[in-house]
Design a protein around this ligand. Structure first.
Ligand code: C5P
Length: 245
């Protein structure tokens, strides 16, 4: 039994609560969706439950493959127990195929396969549109040490390798993903979430997005896309609808 305490932080898709154990937190996944740094808001019915299950599946799999992460166990439909890490104020974006901000920034055509995996770092700062920074900015601004960045990069490449393989088996291409890390007793742990909210998943046959881009760009069938990813990954058929208490 985990007693839920005060809210530590609330983000676009999640609320994180303290527990009586200072080393643990509870993540509650919401149906709320946000895009373009909060300019577009809405709800994707069932998203919270689906993302909770996708994260349980992927974090467990990554743990089994030796990727250190924050996941402890799923508590119920929408909540999971995690290690309470201190999140680094930078995110890591891993890219295999050109899409989104990379296409906009460079003019490279969306859908082009990159000759090597691209790793980008962005500041977690919504007001500033999460600006791109490099490793020297991160160490100069004391956001993480050189060793910690090295570890984040190493883990990110491994995560990308594992996810690309797992998704290929279910006919999904991993276009890119956004990863977050935290410090936990001197160790760097993969944290936050890995879900259609934070990754670009394209159906490998049709190249249709099965992720938050459907919401961002009003493509329709958003709920179905989230359900499809969960079903292909785990075989679980999502039935319930509205966000519960
Ligand atoms: O927009 P951009 O191309 O930089 O996004 C790269 C990846 O990071 C995409 O999978 C996107 O869904 C994810 N992302 C995110 N949260 C943001 C911005 C991007 O999860 N605030």
């Amino acid at each position: 039994m985990t007693n839920i305490g005060q809210t530590i932080i609330e983000g676009k898709g999640k609320r994180v609560y303290a527990t009586e154990n200072p080393d643990e937190a509870v993540v509650y996944y919401k149906d709320e969706a946000m895009a373009f740094h909060g300019l577009k808001r809405g709800r994707i019915i069932g998203k919270g439950e689906i993302n909770n299950r996708i994260c349980e599946y992927l974090f467990t799999l990554l743990q089994q493959q030796g990727v250190p992460n924050h996941f402890i166990r799923r508590i119920d439909d929408r909540s999971s127990l995690v290690k309470r890490v201190a999140i680094f104020p930078v995110v890591v974006k891993v890219r295999n195929i050109v899409a989104g901000s990379l296409a906009r920034r460079t003019g490279y055509p969306e859908g082009t396969r990159l000759k090597n995996t691209v790793i980008e770092y962005c500041l977690k700062d919504t007001e500033l549109d999460d600006p791109l920074v490099n490793q020297t900015h991160i160490t100069a601004m004391d956001l993480a040490t050189a060793d910690e960045i090295c570890r984040m990069e190493q883990i990110s490449l491994r995560v990308n390798e594992i996810l690309t393989g797992v998704l290929a088996d279910i006919n999904i291409e991993l276009i890119d993903c956004k990863l977050e890390y935290g410090r936990f007793h001197g160790e760097v742990l993969l944290a936050d979430e890995i879900s259609p909210d934070t990754c670009r998943f394209w159906d490998a046959s049709t190249h249709e997005p099965l992720d938050i881009d459907r919401f961002r760009h009003d493509m329709g069938d958003v709920e179905d896309a989230y359900r499809e990813v969960l079903h292909r990954l785990t075989g679980y058929v999502f039935k319930s609808n509205e966000e519960g208490a």
